[in-house]
Design a protein around this ligand. Sequence first.
Ligand code: PMP
Length: 420
Amino acid sequence: MREAAVSDVDVFVRRESQVRSYCRSFPAVFRSARGAVLIAEDGSEYLDFLCVAGAANYGHNDPVLKDAVLRYLAEDGVLASLDLHTVAKRAFLEAFERLILKPRGLPHRVQFTGPTGTNAVEAALKAARKATGRSTILAFTNGYHGMSLGALAATGNAQARRGAGVPLAHTVFARFDGYGEGDSLALLERQLDDPSGGIDLPAAAIVETVQGEGGCNAASWRWLERLAYLLHTRGILLIIDDVQAGCGRTGTFFSFERAGIAPDLIVLSKSIGGLGLPMSLLLLRPELDLWQPGEHNGTFRGNNLAFVAARAAIERYWTDGAFAQGVQARGDIIRARIERMAARHRGLSYTGRGLLAGLRCSDPARAEAISRLAYRRRLIIERCGPHDEVVKTMPPLNIPIEQLHEGLDRLERTVDETMP
Ligand code: PMP
């Protein structure tokens, strides 16, 4: 096997902050990308099962999306616009309403927040607090919601929390589905209803249907349904953080569709910008849209290239159910192949849903070895989970089936190679 080429990374090491992380695992210097393939400056091609952590769901440089953006650039379209009305923003909103919100019966308003997922999460927490007049947020074990202080307070991971440098307050944690023994919701219900349960009535609960960073942990539909009911009956708002699991990743546009629940607030980011262009949204039930003008402001709420690409993506992929079916079919392939690997090796199992799935290793060192050796086979595949013990398979949602199998072949060979 040829080693990954050694590139000139001096300036990154010399000048870029120690905070850099992904590039330590995958140190190639990338030049271009198309579909599921990232191409390094030495010409070597890597299969991308990381996909910008879910911001490249439609693959890199999708030609239809890219053409829309290039045409817009050629016409001197407005690029940045705060929250001014623009033609591009109108076209996006109309398409989003027609193809995404209306068919799913969602009456929600659309708030354009700052372009990061964490900023949209902050907006959701603030909106929930404002609407209820309460401060406590209920979060879940292994949840991940971003790096700014409000979102971080609702994030479980100790290393991420340590970075805050101040106490992370106004959050209580409950057990996610499958965390520990017994019925996690029965305990939560008892605590909420017990005058001595120790939980101030929360403004909202924030939850991922499949915990992306937390280990590809999928909540069951029944658990989500029970959670939604429990919250609703106590006047606690439900925020679904669909930053990673949304935009089709788990097999439907929103990850909660098959749970039959109606979230009060929905956070979307990552692939909503189509081509990996920064854009985030908070969807609010109309009665929760209580902002004063400018109360959650931000310069970069008007990324018109993202509006153009987002509209093109929605019109290309979400006019009927075919794309979602393709995602589900690919998810089934991943599941079958990972289960086959797990059947041959002790200490491995499948986890996740759709294309937000992975290979859980009882020994985190094995997951580390798999990711490292897979990179030598030109497969970019990251880890997640509290001990980085899950090898996370996150290919583009439209990856050609043959390429998906090629990536899984590389993964399987690597798994065999790491047999203890
Ligand atoms: N919520 C979830 C579920 C996420 O996975 C992430 C990012 N991985 C975020 C929020 C934060 O998004 P960003 O990194 O764009 O701030």
